[in-house]
Ligand binder design. Structure first.
Ligand code: ARG
Length: 554
């Protein structure tokens, strides 16, 4: 729409126009678009007032109903009825595919997301990675890419040697079965405590990891079991969140795939010795990338180099994304630099998508001793609160537990996604679940209300738009902007654009519904019901793109 208007203006403009010159006025009474003419005064040697008057007098386009020159601005009023008719028809016809595009040309984008560490609690950081990564995958898919979601499980590293040692000394099978992560975490903590007074424990831990790396059957069996039990716990969280993965190839998967990478680094003369370790030197201001420790053990970076190469070979991605916290920015910069030095041009297609912390009372929610926030508990609590709300406000509702789950989980997802991912966010269940304000339940509730109107209105097959009032117009303009919001969110890898959009649309719809008699005005019913239908289509799709469910009743 904006482009059409811009072109119409260009025909009569004495100067080359650019998209950002056409603005949206703050007040609807100033029109739908405005072209400030002050920027042209100097070149044209005319007053802005005169320029605006000339343009306003001559601009013509079927979408423009009226052009007014006011104090050096050209204020443009669009032909609401024509636009509304075309837009509603488009949305109704395209339904859930409204806003989809083929921009990505089926290119594969690998997305490294979630990636928790086994035998450790699923942290708030992993929650953010899961939720943000999942929404990015949905957004890319809507734009015609093929997302591949990879859960790069943290299942390898020296800590597993310590864990094996601790389990053999103090652990028992029954406890691990009962509460795997809690038990294993306790063992791990105990190892560190005891190692302070008995340093030889550390050597035992190292030896145990060495045995694991060398394929010792006993060590492998235990490690395998820890992994299975941990994954079972993670799976319960993924089920609640409704997130699935295309691959669970984690760090251990690369255990026997690092040698070629190390060899290549060596062949290219990139590997140098530093304090007994093997490293790749990077730019002056950047610490070197550690490839092998003095005892020959490989590192996190080594595995990521092997994984990146493997992903390129396997998927031939056009983009490779890593949704991992801010604190690992240096690691990913190093990885990219090393891949670049190895001669891989696709280094440029790798993007680290960082995000901030989740805070509680201004402090980082910690998984350290005594302060473990168990995510599953948090999710269950949110669902419980949502259930209580339903029992109070809508006790007759069918499928209560499904709705409570959609609302509780939706609240958590939405509060995470509504702010730009780089910001730290404050965790507060009560605020998240409020039906007023910028929350998931607010958007879900607006959608459910729209559905309830439709149940009463019945289905309209045809409609005529006689006149579009200001409330309807606000809603229609927002509907028109949805494809643009989807495109921007995908290009910027920024789900918050969609979350904000959903709140804006819900707000516009609520004020439309609060001020316009939808059901009692027979003559306008087919048109207004169609508008309401379009709102449900776009709100539902927005929420789907955030990974949320949109119940029709709540
Ligand atoms: N397991 C790591 C952690 O919890 C995150 C892994 C991120 N992905 C990667 N390819 N390094 O910190």
């Amino acid at each position: 729409m904006k482009n059409d208007i811009l072109q119409a203006l260009q025909i009569v403009s004495p100067i080359q126009l650019e998209e950002q010159m056409l603005v949206r006025p703050a007040h609807a009474k100033l029109g739908d678009f405005a072209l400030p003419c002050f920027q042209f005064a100097k070149v044209l040697r005319k007053s802005p007032v005169a320029i605006a008057e000339e343009i306003a007098a001559s601009v013509k386009h079927p979408l423009i109903q009226k052009a007014e020159a006011v104090n050096g601005y050209v204020n443009l009023f669009l032909n609401r009825e024509v636009i509304a008719t075309a837009l509603l028809q488009t949305v109704l016809q395209k339904s859930a595919t409204y806003g989809s595009s083929n921009e990505g040309n089926s290119g594969v984008v690998t997305i490294d997301l979630s990636s928790p560490n086994i035998a450790k609690p699923f942290s708030m950081g992993h929650l953010r990675s899961t939720v943000i990564g999942n929404s990015i995958a949905l957004l890319l898919e809507k734009n015609g890419y093929q997302p591949v979601k990879i859960n790069y499980i943290g299942d390898w590293g020296t800590q597993f040697g310590k864990l094996l040692t601790a389990y053999r000394k103090w652990g028992n099978e029954e406890d691990v079965r009962q509460a795997p992560i809690e038990t294993l975490l306790k063992l791990y903590i105990r190892f560190h405590e005891e190692a302070e007074s008995v340093p030889s424990l550390n050597d035992e831990g190292r030896a145990a990891f060495k045995a694991l790396e060398d394929g010792d059957t006993d060590a492998l069996a235990l490690w395998e079991w820890f992994k299975t039990e941990s994954l079972k716990e993670f799976q319960r969280i993924y089920d609640l969140l409704g997130v699935t993965f295309d691959s669970y190839n984690g760090e251990a998967y690369y255990n026997d795939k690092m040698e070629p990478v190390v060899q290549q680094l060596e062949d290219k003369g990139l590997l140098v010795e530093s304090d007994g370790a093997m490293v790749v030197q990077l730019e002056e201001d950047m610490p070197p990338c550690l490839i092998k420790k003095s005892d020959g053990a490989t590192l996190y970076a080594t595995r990521d180099l092997a994984a990146a190469t493997d992903r390129k070979n396997n998927y031939d991605f056009v983009k490779s994304i890593y949704v991992v916290g801010n604190e690992q920015s240096l690691h990913f910069t190093q990885i990219k630099k090393v891949l670049g030095k190895m001669g891989h041009e696709w280094e440029n297609d790798i993007t680290h998508v960082p995000f901030g912390l989740i805070l509680q009372g201004g402090k980082k929610m910690s998984t350290r001793k005594g302060k473990i926030v168990l995510l599953e508990k948090v999710l269950k609590e949110a669902i419980g609160l949502a259930q209580k709300n339903i029992e109070e406000k809508n006790p007759a509702l069918a499928n209560q537990s499904d709705v409570a789950e959609a609302v509780g989980v939706g609240a958590i997802l939405f509060s995470d996604l509504k702010q730009h991912r780089k910001h730290d966010i404050e965790f507060n269940l009560e605020t998240m679940l409020q039906v007023e304000g910028e929350t998931g339940p607010y958007a879900q509730y607006a959608n459910a209300r729209a559905h309830s109107i439709l149940r009463k209105a019945g289905e309209a097959n045809t409609f005529d738009v006689v006149e579009v009032n200001d409330y309807e117009w606000e809603t229609i303009k927002l509907l028109e902007q949805f494809p643009l919001a989807v495109k921007r969110a995908a290009n910027d890898l920024d789900p918050s654009i969609i979350a904000k959009y959903a709140v804006d649309l819900a707000q516009a719809f609520n004020s439309f519904y609060g001020n316009v008699p939808v059901l009692s005005d027979e003559a306008n019913l087919p048109y207004r019901a169609s508008l309401v239908r379009c709102v449900t289509i776009v709100l539902t799709e927005s929420m789907r793109l955030l990974g949320m469910k949109a119940p029709e009743e709540m």
